[in-house]
Write a protein that binds this ligand. Structure first.
Ligand SMILES: Cc1cc2nc3c(=O)[nH]c(=O)nc-3n(C[C@H](O)[C@H](O)[C@H](O)COP(=O)(O)OP(=O)(O)OC[C@H]3O[C@@H](n4cnc5c(N)ncnc54)[C@H](O)[C@@H]3O)c2cc1C
Length: 416
């Protein structure tokens, strides 16, 4: 009987798992586009999707040096929340969170958005004061936020060591119930499928090596597959933005640094929320397939290698074991790194530049995955109308000369 079913299963697999349609086309680049987006990560693909969907601009190419979503989009720990301190930042992240809430329906693709809540732990009196200030600011901005006591935290995460005898006792936390996680590559694929269906050309394995200008105006990009003409060029190349800017003779106030993550072997469901701690310096959630997904801070040096230093892994794992002694017996499966762009104020740049027709969306640092839909939406609007979207105004590159910085180091917290 069992043999018969296995045979049936085998036949079924062969019968139905062939001739799959491509999820998107593999087009040859046209000579000229209205907009060329450099970088096929979540932000670039979302920008293309909203350019086509909201603004009707479909003569668009996304040029990606590797494969779609293979940069930080594929490498991040997928934490989504909007509980930033300052009005400008929290407004943008909250806008993104609202888009997340309907994204699977909008894209007709399950991005596995899971609102399992995010806890930011406080371990000192000053931590708790900062948490109270941030939660109060969030509530004034209509963002869900609660200050929890130790007992309430323990109730949500029974496995966590909340003992007063621990080295960094948990005194409480901020809690954003609408925060959570999403499936990173599904987000890239959903936007890619949506953009392709609206006519956008997705051009993979093609590196942009130069930005061609004439009379101070962008005219196209040099690529490893030849020149592609463009009326506008929008750079969304997290980790490589400084390199891109240099191609146009610009300098960005950005540093590129490795950020690592690691996952354990899959274990039974034991953690149904996201836990972040700035003091012990680590964050953790459990993926739907059971892995513990763990991250911490950037490496201290600048670089472009997509890997990180060993001592950071050690420090991260120590932090997690401090909070969850039971996890000391779990084996780690994989570790990797991505390159993040960090700005001096831990906030992004979404901006026009001094070169006509050239735009940058970068500097999301260690926390841009959560912003993907909002970032794509406001950047598409900025590019389409050649002026900052109202929500992008504060993230103009000029703030580094005017001094109007939006310092989110406190809320970006753990990783910067
Ligand atoms: C380990 C780690 C953990 C993180 N955890 C979180 C988290 O929990 N929550 C959160 O919100 N954020 C997190 N982040 C940050 C987040 O991943 C990024 O901010 C976000 O994914 C950036 O998206 P993107 O589309 O701009 O970048 P990417 O996905 O990196 O896309 C940029 C693309 O540009 C391409 N590119 C670069 N140069 C060129 C060129 N010359 N020509 C053509 N293509 C080019 C790259 O190949 C890449 O695919 C984390 C990042 C890392 C590395």
């Amino acid at each position: 009987m069992e043999k018969y079913s296995l045979l049936k299963l085998f036949k079924h697999a062969h019968k139905y798992h062939e001739n799959w349609q491509r999820a998107w086309r593999n087009p040859t680049p046209k000579k000229v586009y209205d907009v060329v987006i450099v970088g096929g990560g979540g932000h670039g693909l979302a920008t293309a999707y909203y350019l086509a969907k909201v603004h009707g601009i479909t003569n668009v190419a996304v040029v990606e040096k590797g494969y779609l979503g293979g940069g930080n989009t594929a490498r991040n720990t997928t934490i989504i929340r909007s509980n930033y301190l300052w009005d400008e930042a929290s407004q943008l992240y909250e806008f993104a969170l609202k888009l997340w809430e309907d994204l699977s329906q909008d894209l007709n693709f399950n991005v596995m958005f899971s609102q399992r809540g995010v806890l930011n732990l406080g371990h000192t009196l000053q931590d708790m004061r900062d948490i109270e200030r941030r939660v109060n600011a969030n509530r004034l901005n209509g963002i869900d936020g609660h200050v929890l006591s130790t007992a309430e935290v323990q109730d949500i995460v029974p496995l966590m060591n909340c003992s007063p005898d621990s080295r960094y006792p948990v005194l409480g936390a901020s809690w954003q119930p609408r925060g959570g996680t999403a499936r990173h590559d599904a987000v890239a694929w959903g936007y890619a499928r949506g953009a392709d269906a609206l006519g956008v050309d997705l051009i993979q394995e093609t590196e942009v090596t130069g930005i061609r200008r004439s009379n101070g105006e962008v005219v196209g990009v040099e690529t490893t597959k030849g020149f592609i003409g463009a009326r506008k060029v929008a750079c969304v190349t997290a980790g490589n933005s400084g390199v891109m800017a240099a191609m146009a003779g610009l300098r960005l106030p950005i540093e590129s640094r490795p950020l690592q993550a690691l996952v354990s072997e899959p274990v039974k469901p034991c953690l149904d929320t996201v836990v972040m701690s700035n003091a012990v310096h680590g964050y953790i959630s459990q993926s739907d397939k059971g892995d513990l997904v763990i991250g911490a801070g950037v490496d201290a040096y600048n670089g472009y290698g997509q890997r990180g230093s060993f001592h950071v892994i050690e420090h991260t794992v120590q932090a997690i074991c401090e909070l969850f002694p039971a996890f000391s017996r779990v084996r780690m499966n994989r570790q990797w790194g991505g390159i993040v762009d960090t700005c001096p104020d831990a906030c992004p740049i979404v901006s026009k530049t001094s070169v006509k027709g050239l735009y940058f969306n970068c500097g999301w640092g260690t926390g841009g995955f959560k912003a993907t839909p909002g970032s794509g939406y406001v950047f598409a609007d900025t590019v389409a109308n050649d002026r900052p979207h109202p929500m992008a105004e504060a993230f103009n590159i000029d703030r580094f000369s005017s001094g109007a910085l939006i310092d989110e180091h406190g809320a970006a917290g753990v990783a910067h």
